[in-house]
Design a binder for this molecule. Sequence first.
Ligand SMILES: [Zn+2]
Ligand SMILES: [Zn+2]
Length: 505
Amino acid sequence: MWSFVHIFFLIGFRNRFRVMIEWIWYYITFKGGFRLITGVNRGNDNKQNRQVNRSFIPNLYKSSEGIHMTRRIIYFISLLLLFNSNLIAQSPVLSDGLESLIAEIEEQVIEWRRDIHQHPELGNQEFRTAALVAEHLRSLGIEVETEVAHTGVVGLLKGGKPGPVVLLRADMDGLPVTERVELPFASRVTTVFNGQETGVMHACGHDTHVAILMGVASVLAEARDEIPGTIKFVFQPAEEGPPEGEEGGADLMVKEGVLSNPDVDVAFALHISSKLEVNTISYTPGGTYASADDFRIRVHGEQTHGAYPWNGTDPIVASAHIITALQSIVSREMQLTENAAIVTVGMIRGGLRSNIIPEEVEMLGTIRALDPADRLKLHASIRRIAENTARSFGATAEVTIPVTTAYPVTYNDHDLTDFMVPVLQEVAGADNVHHVKAEMGAEDFSFFAEIVPGFYITLGGRPSDVAEEDAADHHTPDFYIDDSGLILGVRAMAAMALHYMNTHP
Ligand SMILES: [Zn+2]
Ligand SMILES: [Zn+2]
């Protein structure tokens, strides 16, 4: 019976984790197995048998006597299967066939990227980009839904075999930045943003994300019969935030049900970087981008003449104490050896004239955390300190968190990260995959990763001959991406999706 179980155990499994378990099993049972196959007793029996009996290995291994030939054959076959399954596990995630499909599409991916770069669109207005994406997905025979969260496009590629649902996300929006880079495909698009004339530019590189995911769709559609599962291609609007007064981005996509029907098991995304060298990838386990919540504190006092402060309650002095006290939250309450955290007051407004103590002071700020529990703690501490400090001056504080912005922590699931790093090392080369520290900026992929396990990586876009400090930052007019790095993005996204599906039946 035991041998049948063992064979069953070996047959169905094709992944490294299971092969590892098989090896452990194999190691535990090896000496008995050796006897089973050869009939040779390797000596030191009494001691071995005692050890074996204490373990959970069945009586079969007690001695080599009376073991039927059939069992020996069964065990021998199981060893062959073990060898075989090991070969499968060591085969590359991207087969030669897929690698050549990816190589074939590189030129097209760069062409798409340059076209999208030349025609950037602001958040919730990605009409041209969405149409380009939808048309491409339809041409591949992928089921397409449009106008998700305003201009979002969702494509569903059902593989030929059953399996999990993997979400791959690309954001599509550009920024109100006037491009200064001299490129044949530089953006000349202009618009009026918040009442001001401005250029529009893909100054965060979301054009590359769209082109990469279009390439991944091409490649995986070609291989669909072999795919064990479903891939949800999510082309998301307004990652940089929707226009004032509108909803949008990943938040709205989630509200509109992008994670269900079919239910998503896991989500992957990448972001190009103008600072990270081309052909490299970086990642951070756990909190990778911070949560971002804005807050407002209104301190109410009692207006009076500046020369007679005792006749009123001064909200300016109370606010000064609140701002100072808020800084003690991070320095005194957060466990900084674990994760960074930030409380910034970015705006303060109160009073009109030197000799009038005003009635009210208003402050606006931002709160950043890398851990969901820290995020809640920061909110509670800001309320406590603001309200109680104001009270100690006879004033009152009205705290609002959030006002308009509330991004969760972009959290890389630890198990998923551990599981995917070897895949990245395989596609990029082990030396080209870097574990890096978290960023205190925010990313709205967090809305997906808050609900399903997510993994978010950074892809290199800095030309090798440019030093990191010379490379222009994101959101600046000189932002530049070397698009020879895009194909690694296609390989990484395809490999992560396939590896997940192949190993999570
Ligand atoms: Zn950005
Ligand atoms: Zn971005």
